[in-house]
Design a binder for this molecule. Sequence first.
Ligand SMILES: *Cc1c(COP(=O)(O)O)cnc(C)c1O
Length: 414
Amino acid sequence: MSVLQKMSSAEAISLEDKFGAHNYHPLPVVLSKGVGVFVWDVEGKKYYDFLSAYSAVNQGHCHPKIVGAMMEQAQTLTLTSRAFYNDKLGVYEKYVTDFFGFDKVLPMNTGAEAVETALKICRKWAYEKKGIPENEAQIIVCENNFHGRTTTIISFSNDENARKNFGPYTAGFIKIPYDDIDALEKAITSSKNIAGFLVEPIQGEAGVFVPSEGYLTKAKALCEANNVLFIADEVQTGIARTGKMLAVHHENVQPDLLILGKALSGGAYPVSAVLAMDAVMNVIKPGQHGSTFGGNPVAAAVAIAALEVVKEEKLDENASALGQLFRDELNKYIATSSIVSLVRGKGLLNAIVINDNEESETAWNICVKLAEKGLLAKPTHGNIIRFAPPLVITEYQLLDCVGIIINTLRDFEK
Ligand SMILES: *Cc1c(COP(=O)(O)O)cnc(C)c1O
């Protein structure tokens, strides 16, 4: 069968099932089109997208400005590799560093690659600038983190499913509880060999855990006092998702290494980046790190357009206002609910916790029902559902979605 032929959901699912590795467990919905906050399945049913490809599609599906930039560049020059200069990369590098207030950027493609890049820069800085003895650098990470799927990254995950039988693991990481400033202080002062602290400003995959107010400020101060790099993984929380351009901006914290991905391209193309000041970034010299596709002209053109859209459409302000409305509306319902215990989040990165245990199927069953009613969301755990629509959503659409969500949850009340 040609991929151009129309196919049913059942056919598409059975193809993936038979010929694709089973490394995901998708909801049984087969999508074939997206515009703004909406996606359509192959049978023509329309849905609100409340996942936004894990916050990659903050600017909405197929944003014309982003797609336009991509098409124009794709017809002109797609890839040179970094063996040569291209006329788009420098323009993007100036734009993105000005945008976020850093000296330099190192362009990569996926979030996990950008995390790996930040860890490598941090280690190199530790040996060459901080004077840590070779191979002894330690990087502090948090329990229940999610930073991607590479061998090194899963080495410091505590998700057994992500880790088991992928060893031997990369050494050099110390795990501490999230949102525990005393634990950070203890770990950071426990040794002279601490190079960095890698943290998600809000833990997304863990179930949208928002740390206590002041946590990031205090963590940054501890890092500064101990000459340790503060590394913010904003792959999911960045690009206006939480109501500010970066989630660290809620506390006016400037990371030493900033990791971006996902919505850096508006979901049009894999684009990730690490940003830093010269004192840190200049430890990387030719031949020491790179990627064939990193910084290609299409990625550069797409990322500029994607960031311009966020600014022009004030998506941070929309996320902030509509996120508050979303939590207010859900809280009214939760006051009388036996099935939902709470809603939490910032901006339009939110989650509800279902009154059931982590291994239960309830969240999954609710998501299946939500899909039937025209809204796509995905559990992050057995009892947690994340709600993260594209940030271009309007107040009218958001209230429509709140209606769908509450109606669906009511069907599950005992
Ligand atoms: C999604 C995500 C990553 C990994 O990004 P990929 O593009 O899937 O490799 C890393 N960190 C965080 C916080 C993420 O949400």
